[in-house]
Design a protein. Structure first.
Length: 367
């Protein structure tokens, strides 16, 4: 089987010659990306080219409120030593809103330091920006799909309303408002859902598919929210997306970090064909074995090698964890071995490289 055939079969819970291996975040097909990596990435890139299945995608775009309406913005930057602070102010009918985020000069992950929406009045202001349907040129999806070819799959990312709200408000503020001003947050979710569905229709009309991806559902998982909140803010609007995708005979990939034990079966309800990353304790609260038992006959499970373990574990311990995941995932099919996140540092230590190569070697040996 080709890598694409393996990935598609895994999504559909069909038999494969062996399970696929997806090394998340290592864009081995992307020559410009590879050329800008530190030399420590080179052996991993080569191993992925030889053994890995590629999984990538495009986003439809449109910013946090999914409108093509031109938004006036002023930007500035501030040098803060190891960090560059990026400031942006946008004009809305309700007045100016400001946000900021920082990027590392040392290759570390970035972080939002100020959000556009700090009050409920700010939320009204940003949603008052006139809505104009997005009609982006999506021809680059076909181009990327042709570039990947039989080496993997290409997905189209569609927005999740609660994730978009969290990007505007910050996760803590959003969690509080779901308790104190629930009706207003539900109304905002409904507004963004209508726009997201319009974007989905446009992508379907352009022939994009057969896999659509969502992420950010984790903003309504513990400890920020409970199962009831997840059902109301994620599952209820997500059912509309599920029904439209299934009507079009499309597949759905969901990327959701966090403790999923109390809501695991909800991903079946959401129509997930593949769920990533199934984090075990201590970052999550469900083991891969338990997830396989509970939903593995309905959903392909992609995971669950912790990125922190790849960075820091002694290699023999890492290999044992990989073997346990393989042993749990293989029976019955519907399994993709994958790290829980992408490598996130500019340079990789010798131990991290050794662990990545050991994970790949362990997968190949099991085939």
């Amino acid at each position: 089987m080709t890598q694409r055939e393996r990935m598609m079969a895994a999504f559909r819970l069909e038999e494969t010659d062996h399970f696929p291996l997806h090394v998340r975040g290592v864009r081995a097909w992307d020559e410009p990306w590879c050329a800008t990596r530190h030399e420590s990435y080179a052996p991993i890139i080569e191993a992925v080219r030889e053994h890995g299945a590629y999984e990538t995608g495009i986003g439809i775009g449109g910013g946090a409120v999914f409108t093509a309406y031109p938004i006036e913005a002023q930007t500035s930057t501030e040098d803060a030593g190891d960090w560059i602070i990026h400031h942006v102010t946008i004009e809305t009918p309700g007045g100016p809103l400001t946000a900021a985020h920082r990027t590392s000069t040392r290759g570390l992950p970035g972080l939002a330091t100020e959000h556009f929406v700090k009050t409920l009045e700010d939320l009204d202001a940003i949603l008052s920006i006139p809505y104009e349907p997005l009609r982006p040129d999506l021809s680059h999806f076909s181009a990327l799909d042709a570039e990947i070819g039989e080496r993997g799959i290409v997905m189209c990312a569609i927005p999740v309303p609660i994730y978009s709200l969290a990007r505007l408000t910050g996760s803590d503020r959003l969690a509080i408002w779901t308790l104190t001003d629930r009706a207003r947050i539900l109304a905002a979710v409904d507004t963004l859902l209508e726009r997201a569905l319009d974007m989905l229709e446009w992508a379907l009309e352009q022939g994009v598919g057969p896999i659509y991806a969502t992420s950010g559902e984790e903003f309504m998982t513990p400890p920020l929210a409970g199962p009831k909140d997840f059902r109301e803010f994620v599952v209820k609007p997500g059912l509309v997306v599920r029904d439209r995708l299934q009507k079009a005979d499309m597949l759905r990939h969901i990327h959701c970090h966090g403790p999923l034990n109390g809501i695991l079966e909800e991903f079946v309800t959401l129509g997930a064909d593949c769920l990533h990353p199934i984090e075990g304790p201590p970052l999550g609260d469900v083991t891969f074995e338990d997830a396989k038992r509970r939903i593995g006959h309905r959903v392909c499970l992609e995971g669950n090698i912790q990125i922190g373990d790849l960075y820091h574990d002694p290699t023999d311990e890492l290999v044992e964890k990989v073997k346990r995941t393989i042993d749990a995932g293989v029976p019955g099919g519907g399994f993709i071995l994958c790290p829980t996140a992408s490598p996130h540092t500019k340079e990789l230590t010798a131990q991290t490289v050794k662990n990545y190569l050991a994970m790949i070697e362990t997968a190949v040996e099991s085939w």
